[in-house]
Design a binder for this molecule. Structure first.
Ligand SMILES: Nc1ncnc2c1ncn2[C@@H]1O[C@H](COP(=O)(O)OP(=O)(O)OP(=O)(O)O)[C@@H](O)[C@H]1O
Ligand SMILES: [Mg+2]
Length: 374
């Protein structure tokens, strides 16, 4: 599956862009602030209607314009589909999304164009607190399974209410009864979230370990660290609920004293290890970057499993901190049928035989033949 044509109108710094793309690797190189990330952002937007960095659609509209449009043709096994998104940001936000001119919901787009975006900031997924790793898993599961997103949001609502009540109990113990009724909702929604995560962990462990080994030549360990003590992959819902309840009971006094909920999926983590040591604390910069990349490539595999198509890999500035062996490995992913759109500040010589190169300059993109034309 590949994007064969991309059209942008007033998207970020692109006034008007029409671009033909080939399967395999396409490299977009150009100076800082030329529009490379914007281009990948547009492709991801066509897959998800969400931006990789903006909170609001308004930010995607070229400054001074009142509307923008993005569209692409996606070829797959001899057939092709056209996605079009037209967005007016003024006077009010209005969005029209079609596939082959038929209006569709946002969740349909990923079926036509599954895509994974990797940015240098994804390194923080490895380096920073557990919240970024939970976000990775939640966002992946939410795209594969909209029911998961609904359950997670129910859980988060219950959690916010419960934390609120915990704070009130400190001055007024009569709130304890409300706490008990909230516990039921929290355990029900939270256990389902945990169970779904644990089921996914089975696949994720295998995929992350394999992709890490593919990029870096050695396997990487992945495990789920649960705050209620259910570490086994594919956990049973009843067992999870029981452990969750027990954990809430055991920590009740501490929770009341601190005014926060200390057990549940919002306290869980994904732990990555190399040779038994946590990558987060002991990994080199390149190992951490490779681990972040392995998580993203595992995401691609899981999307492929869910939607039956090989996602387009949007790799924003990933090559800069990888050694030559790892760079070549990443680019060779196109041999497995992935279209790869990758950005860099300079052309890449000799890394992969069939890279189509484009020069990006102030919101325009031109094919680049290489050699003395630089
Ligand atoms: N809504 C917008 N309208 C017009 N221009 C915008 C808009 N949003 C961002 N830009 C500008 O687009 C330019 C290109 O941004 P982009 O992030 O794509 O650069 P880049 O080529 O990825 O650079 P780098 O190599 O530094 O990552 C920037 O100068 C940015 O300020
Ligand atoms: Mg950029």
């Amino acid at each position: 599956m590949n994007i064969s044509f991309l059209l942008l109108k007033d998207f970020r710094n692109y006034r008007h862009l029409e671009l033909r793309l080939e399967p395999g690797v396409s490299l977009f190189f150009g100076r800082n602030a030329s529009g490379k990330t914007n281009l990948l952002e547009a492709c991801y937007y066509l897959s998800s209607l969400t931006s990789v960095r903006a909170e609001r659609d308004h930010d995607l509209c070229r400054w001074g314009a009142k509307a923008f449009a993005a569209g692409c043709r996606v070829d797959d096994d001899g057939s092709s589909k056209t996605i079009k998104v037209q967005v007016a940001v003024e006077p009010a936000l209005r969005r029209k999304v079609t596939v082959d001119d038929v209006p569709v919901r946002r969740s349909e787009l990923i079926r036509v164009l599954p895509a994974v975006y990797f940015s240098p900031d994804d390194l923080y997924m490895i380096k920073r607190s557990s919240a970024s790793r939970r976000k990775f898993l939640d966002s992946l599961l939410g795209r594969i399974d909209p029911e998961y997103a609904r359950r997670l949001s129910r859980y988060q609502d219950a959690l916010a209410r419960r934390n609120n009540v915990l704070k009130k109990i400190r001055s007024d113990p009569s709130w304890r009864r409300t706490l008990e009724s909230l516990d039921g909702i929290l355990v029900e929604a939270g256990s389902m979230v945990t169970a779904r995560r644990l089921t996914a962990m089975g696949d994720l462990q295998r995929e992350v370990s394999e992709t890490y080994a593919f990029i870096a030549g050695r396997p990487c360990g992945v495990s789920y660290a649960s705050s209620i003590g259910v570490g086994e992959v594919g956990g049973d819902l009843e067992d999870i609920s029981r452990k969750f309840e027990e954990s809430l009971q055991a920590k009740r006094e501490e929770e009341t004293a601190r005014g926060i909920t200390l057990s549940g999926p919002h306290r869980d983590d994904i732990v990555l290890t190399l040779g038994g040591k946590e990558v987060r604390y002991f990994g080199s910069q390149g190992e951490q970057r490779s681990a972040a990349l392995a998580l993203k490539l595992a995401e691609a595999k899981m999307l492929e499993g869910a939607f039956g198509r090989k996602p387009v890999l949007l790799l924003d500035d990933v090559l800069s901190e990888l050694d030559e062996y790892r760079r070549k490995k990443v680019l060779s992913l196109c041999d497995y049928g992935h279209q790869i759109l990758i950005t860099a500040t300079d052309p890449i010589e000799d890394l992969a035989p069939d890279v189509t190169e484009f020069r990006v300059q102030d919101g325009s993109v031109e094919p680049y033949e290489g050699g003395g034309m630089a």
